[in-house]
Design a protein around this ligand. Structure first.
Ligand code: ZN
Length: 493
């Protein structure tokens, strides 16, 4: 776990506090001469911005904060205190400060999808490429993402990511990871694993835990028995079992002990009422039609979906909803509508090309796309019901971290009927709490890590504006948006 890089705390300075009382009226320079030193010596001062606080649902004008050793040491509004001697002053007038954003489904270490021949058979793999990962990390941070939950990737590459970020060799968000995704062939290579016995399950979970992974990702083609074995192996090694499922239904998975579900795609036949289930199963093929067909056939007021909502809520199973995935699949024929070329340009060209090829392999015709678009409101309705049932929602993109799709993801949640303040909470303090790091990040308060995004517009008025990043603070350093994206975009064709 990358906790250690954040663990450094400066010793508290009670002597300096006492001195502050005595010398409060003296200019800091005089105080320094007197040998007591001003408060927060060496801290950076950020001032003049509006503080956006999703927890309190308020915007505080003319705010300031002091950051030292990567932590917020003081926060206030009005004129900055006179008795501090900042190492640097950052005039942030005209910006809105929000806690650093979370992308809870970000494959930050994934390279491009590739189909290769391996021992004479085609193998689908997603190998990690350091130059591409470095690009993902900078881009995520440029768009204000200071933490990602990586739902699967080569655990060796993930551990290397943590080490490079901790050492300051790479600039990017903190990551909590799942390692190799558990899925049978044709998926393979270092980003996938497929244990075939209890001993192999145990060895794989032990390996991933040993590399610092936090989650154990179980995938679409596993049987009920395999899922159960995966949950047991994960729990034995302190990993949280999460799943992207197709065959096994969400209700069943929750009962087996799955803690988190990926994507607003509960596309199992088991969640449909008998007649709809038969229709659905009869039309299943090697294409992406199953998604809109499932939504067309699902009865949200029927006993099966109601039971699912009850069981997920009871067990506090979290869902990383990634509504941009539903939207992308429905609009593969006219991608520019939902993901214009100027937005795609922020992604790494190799991962973007591979992702588009992968999407186009869904074999949908014009009629399918029309139906898929018509079914989208039902995906939003599902998310509204998940939220209304008290099921924890995680905001994520299924991309490589942040970028324009994250703003779109937030907006889709507003369109689903979740209030903007609540959506901003889900993307900051709510995510931090779900990831188990809410005591040190996700909120702007004294003592918290200085994970801050300064926006050019108020996101509480329109969540889409979270993409208008002026600067981001991570690990105590401020980066301008342009400085993080410019060199990478010059490399792109
Ligand atoms: Zn994914």
């Amino acid at each position: 776990m990358p906790l250690s890089r954040r663990a450094h705390r400066s010793p508290s300075r009670p002597a300096a506090r006492t001195a502050r009382l005595a010398l409060a009226l003296l200019p800091w320079a005089l105080a320094a001469c007197a040998g007591a030193g001003p408060r927060h010596a060496g801290a950076d001062l950020y001032h003049g911005f509006a503080l956006v606080d999703p927890e309190a649902e308020r915007v505080v004008d003319e705010a300031y904060l002091l950051v030292r050793d990567g932590r917020i040491v003081e926060l206030g509004h009005g004129a900055p205190p006179a008795d501090v001697a900042p190492a640097q002053r950052h005039d942030m007038r005209g910006t809105y400060a929000l806690p650093g954003l979370f992308d809870t489904h970000a494959h930050i270490t994934s390279g491009p999808h590739k189909v290769e021949l391996h021992d004479g058979a085609p193998r689908i793999g997603i190998e990690s490429v350091d130059a591409i990962t470095r690009h993902h990390a900078r881009t995520a941070l440029a768009f204000g993402v200071t933490t990602v939950r990586n739902p699967g990737g080569d655990p060796v590459a993930n551990a290397r990511y943590d080490a490079r970020i901790a050492a300051g060799e790479w600039i990017g968000p903190e990551a909590v990871h799942a390692g190799a995704v558990i899925q049978p062939p044709p998926f393979g290579g270092s980003a996938f694993a497929y244990p075939r016995s209890e001993a192999e399950w145990d060895a794989e979970a032990a390996r991933q835990a040993g590399l610092g992974m936090r989650y154990f990702k179980l995938y679409t083609d596993l049987s009920r028995e395999e899922l159960a074995a995966g949950v047991r192996a994960a729990r034995r090694h302190g990993l949280t079992p999460i799943a992207h499922l197709n065959a096994v239904g969400w209700t069943e998975a929750a009962r087996l002990g799955i803690a988190g579900l990926e994507h607003a795609l509960p596309t199992s036949p088991d969640l449909l009422e008998p007649e709809a289930k038969a229709t659905y199963e009869a039309g299943l093929g090697p294409d992406n039609r199953y998604i809109h067909r499932w939504f067309e056939l699902a009865d949200f007021d029927g006993p099966r979906i109601r039971e699912m909502l009850r069981v997920l809520a009871e067990r506090e199973v979290e869902v990383s909803t990634t509504l941009v995935v539903n939207e992308l699949v429905a609009n593969v024929d006219d991608l520019d509508r939902v993901y214009p070329p100027q937005d795609r340009a922020y992604a790494h060209p190799e991962t973007m090309d591979a992702a588009l090829t992968f999407l186009q392999a869904g074999r949908m015709n014009e009629e399918d796309h029309r139906r898929a678009r018509a079914a989208l409101p039902k995906a939003l309705e599902l998310v509204r019901r998940l939220h209304a049932a008290g099921i924890p929602i995680l905001i994520g993109t299924d991309g490589n971290g942040g970028g324009p799709p994250l703003a779109r993801e937030l907006d889709l949640h507003v369109q689903a009927g979740i209030p903007a303040w609540e959506v901003l909470r889900l993307a900051t303090s709510g995510a931090a709490a779900r990831l188990g790091i809410g005591e040190r990040t996700g909120r702007l308060a004294a003592g918290m890590e200085a994970d801050i995004v300064f926006l050019r517009a108020n996101p509480a008025e329109d969540v889409r504006r979270v993409r208008e990043v002026a600067a981001v603070v991570s690990d105590g350093r401020m980066h301008r948006f342009e400085d993080l994206v410019a060199p990478e975009r010059q490399e792109a064709p």
